[in-house]
Structure formats: structure tokens, C-alpha cells
Design a protein around this ligand. Sequence first.
Ligand SMILES: *Cc1c(COP(=O)(O)O)cnc(C)c1O
Length: 397
Amino acid sequence: MEKRLIYADHAATTAVSDEVLKEMLPYFQENFGNPSSIYAKGRENERAIMNARQRIAKCLNADPKEIFFTAGGSESDNWAIKGTADRLAQKGKKHIITSVFEHHAVLHTCEFLEKHGFEVTYLPVSPEGIVSPDDVEKAIREDTALVTIMFANNEIGTIQPIAEIGEICRKHHVLFHTDAVQAIGNVPVDVQKQNIDMLSLSGHKFHAPKGVGVLYVKKGIILPNLIHGGGQESGKRAGTENVPGIIGLAKALELATANIPEKIQKLTPLRDKLIDGILTIEQTRLNGSRTQRLCGNVNISIVGIEGESLLLMLDNYGIQASSGSACTSGSLDPSHVLLSLGLVHEVAHGSLRLSFGEELTEEDVNYILAVLPEIVSRLRAMSPMWEKLKKENIKLV
Ligand SMILES: *Cc1c(COP(=O)(O)O)cnc(C)c1O
């Protein structure tokens, strides 16, 4: 079989697309001016940022004044959560609601706040990987400052009932933030229809460069300044703007949100073929709901193998994939997301995440389905754990 190169790790990062790069390039050299300068080269940059802000706002159904540029998803999450906590603690509100399977940018921020006198409720998720709006409502208290629930999970791709959760928060006058980093370009996002007060997104997950993101903050919500200094971002986040990054993010967001139904229509059957094909291997299980799921996400546990060994073997075959999240794959701890679904450690360890973009083809799917079973057999043949399970006829899934 001819070796193919398949990048199946779009949930970790994506390449800057040609169209995005083309819009960015002039801002590195010809139009390098500082947006705060008075002369034409400066003003031109200021206009470009204003234009980008308008285009981004339009994609989210927001107002340009509600768009704040940041250095990425982690920074946006930190600002929304710590900023709200800081503000509302002054009114005696020191309770935050989140879920157990958030990205670490949210979880570690909440843990930090716990050390500073805040109380955090970590809602469980269903075995299918969905947060229940009822649970959110029950957890809300007099002193709740913020609910923060991710739009789509980065490991298992499950899509959360965001509009419903947002509605509940509105009803109880509690602010609602969502980390929408994985949802952008895969699910329609409309901050008004979906009752969202604050939303984080990150450029490099949808073909803009790394190091640029957005925090949407609904009009009327006042967050404390994140970086003190000059007057950029309405004085809230000082520092000369990342002009090429901002221009790139605007273009990438327009492209990513322009054809979501077509993307879903194209990728869903390919994703399902892949899931069904991998599940024919004995002792495997799909992690996360099959229907409330990003069109490009496959996450399957394969009993009797180590995720890391699997990734190295797949890489030899030209397939770049992930096990758990990129941030935790350097450690041997099983993914907190998979554990939150109720998986035992042995099953969580042998997980494979494949995450795709629009360029995925039927040939790619066939290739993965051709090489994966053979790799699994080889790894299982070397696994003392698999031998033991077989001998004792134990089925873990
Ligand atoms: C990638 C990711 C982040 C972090 O974004 P950065 O721009 O890399 O800081 C946050 N949340 C989710 C869900 C992500 O997938």
C-alpha cells in the first residue's frame, strides 16, 4: 500500500491557509506601521484593525465594540473568568460553575481562583459527554458570579447545549462564558441567539496563525483591564496590536463560518465510516455522543494498547494523530476528559483522537482503516495486559 500523509490533529492546531497568509503578508513589510501612529502608514493599520473587528463581529452576530483581541484561547479564557471573578467578588459573589471536562485553560484558572477564596462547582458530564442544563440550573446560587461551559469538547468533540444553558443563566441573572475554540467553523455560533455573554476563540484552530485570539464581551459587561499600558483594545489590553495576526484571524473566521453546513455534510459520513470501521476491531469503544459531535472528531478507546505507542506507529505510516489532548500527551496521566465519562484508567490510556479538516477524503479514511487494525494487532501482541485479559476472558468495554 502506498504511504499517505494524513494530518489528523486539527483539534491541536491547523496550518495557516493560503488565502489567510495572502491577506497577512502586506502587514509584515509594506504596511508595518504602528496603528497608534498619526501618519498615513499608522492610520492605515488602525483602519485595518477596525475593519477586522467589524468582520469578526459580523461572523459572530456581535457588535465590533464587543470584540477584544487577545493572544489566543487560553488568554481569553483567563481574562473572562478571572476578570469576572474579580469584578463580582466585590459584590459578594464568589461562586463559579464549570464542568469537569473543560480545557485546562478553564480548569486551572478555576483551581487558581479556589486558592483565592472562590468556590467552584465542577459539574459532571453524562456518559455521552454532555453537560445537563438542569444540573447548571440546580447549581446556581445567590452568590454565583459566572457559569463557564465549553461549546464543544476538544478531546471527544461533544457539542454542548449552549443556547439552553445561556437561557438559564439569563433567567437567573448569572453571567455565562463559553470556550468556543473547538466549535468555531464546525458549529454555527451566534452570540445573540445562543444567549452568550462572553466567548473565547483562538485563531490557530481554524487556519489563522498561533498567538492570536478573541474574547467577545457583551455590551454592558465590564471586565477589569487585563494588561495596563497604552490605550489599545479600549484601554483594556495594552500593547501594540498583532496586526498581521488580527487581519489573518478575520479572514480565517470568514472562511471558516462561510460554509459550515457544507462541511458538516461532507465530513459526517466520512467520520461515521471511520468510526464504524474502527469499532469492528474487538474491544474498542467510541468516546462521546455519536450525534452531538463535531463533524471532524473521532475518539476511540482501544483496550490493551498504550496511546503513545499507537501514535508513534501511526506516525510511521504518515498519520499524525493524538491521544488525549496535546497538552497532556507528554504525561502518563490518563485524560481527565475520558475519566469524566466514567472510563477506567486502562481504557482511557489506549485512546486515539483523530480530528479532521475539510480536506479529508474517502481515500484517507480507507487508508486509516487499512493500517490501523494491523498496528493494533502488533501492539496487542506485545502487551502483557492484553495477554492477561485474553487469558482470563475479561472484556473491559
Ligand atoms: C486549543 C484550545 C484552547 C487554547 O487555545 P490557545 O490559543 O492555544 O491558547 C482553549 N480551549 C480549547 C477548547 C482548545 O481546544
